[in-house]
Ligand binder design. Structure first.
Ligand code: PAF
Length: 283
């Protein structure tokens, strides 16, 4: 695995690989890699000739400075996991490489309010930072395919809108959520859960499975309030549990909506977790 820190050597290598007709798959991460990330690498390896993974803890997407300071850094383990997963290139830039001084990298696109819903409401400015860094990384890596996890449903919906609105050549591939045996969605933040909250956190997946099982029998409002109660009963502090249209991320209009998901965010002690489940997706 080759490791690049700076812009020009990375760009030169990618240009060379492209000149040889190689397809490039890209998996952007903030490190603290787990099996969910590795499933993205695996998909990229399967689909593309070359897999590039980036590790960059992007400060502009953290609205909560404490979350940024506490974000787990496990670079040695990450590198060995990436090697074992047959990653071709690791891009591990410094902050100066991503955000060179005196360079405006704001992405001026209308996200049609998607960035102010759910995660955006509870983490103001978060998606502005995500869009900014993903656009910058895509400009550097120039991938044919971008691999992102379904767990960050709102994130990939917004990135997809960005790719479309900016007419970018990269195609987004969404990879299903990778779960622990007891259902907890894999997340870099899980390692910060206390033993008690690690056990209690399985309620998130249980509440989502419950929502899926009663959708169409109970109203979305009934399902949402029962799910919120289930989560609170386990001592977690929910921020939202919503049943929404999978494209607009707004409340479902009727049972005839053909793409429906349930999304949830909750605090398990001082760790914020998100998860979702696809309730139905009829094409
Ligand atoms: O999902 C993440 O880990 C981050 O939001 C991403 C896409 C790497 C951008 O910093």
């Amino acid at each position: 695995m080759q490791i690049f820190v700076n812009e020009m050597p990375l760009k030169r290598r990618i240009a060379y690989l492209k000149s040889k007709g190689k397809t490039i798959g890209f998996v952007p991460t903030m490190g603290a890699l787990h099996k969910g990330h590795l499933s993205l690498i695996e998909k990229s390896n399967f689909r593309c000739d070359i897999t590039v993974c980036s590790i960059f803890v992007n400060p502009t997407q953290f609205n909560n400075k404490e979350d940024l300071v506490n974000y787990p850094i496990t670079i040695e383990e990450d590198i060995s996991k990436l090697k074992n997963a047959n990653t071709d290139i690791l891009f591990k830039p410094t902050e100066r490489v991503i955000y060179p001084p005196d360079t405006n990298l704001d992405v001026e696109i209308d996200l049609e309010g998607l960035d102010n819903l759910w995660e955006g409401k509870f983490r103001p400015g978060h998606f502005k930072g995500v869009v900014q860094v993903v656009k910058r990384l895509l400009d550097l890596v120039q991938p044919d395919f971008l691999f992102m996890g379904q767990k960050d449903f709102q994130q990939f919906t917004i990135i997809n809108m960005m790719l479309e609105k900016l007419n970018m050549a990269t195609k987004l591939i969404v990879v299903p959520i990778y779960r622990e045996k007891d259902g907890l969605a894999m997340s870099s933040r899980n390692i910060r859960l206390t033993k008690k909250f690690r056990e209690k956190s399985t309620i998130l997946y249980k509440s989502l499975v419950f929502a899926k099982s009663v959708y169409g029998v109970k109203t979305p409002e009934e399902i949402e309030s029962t799910a919120i109660r289930m989560i609170k009963d386990q001592g977690l502090n929910p921020e939202y549990f919503k049943i929404v249209n999978g494209e607009t991320l707004r409340s479902v209009v009727s049972v005839s909506d053909n793409f429906v998901i349930a999304i949830v965010a909750a605090w398990a002690g001082n760790v914020r977790l998100i998860d979702n489940i696809i309730i139905k997706h009829e094409k």
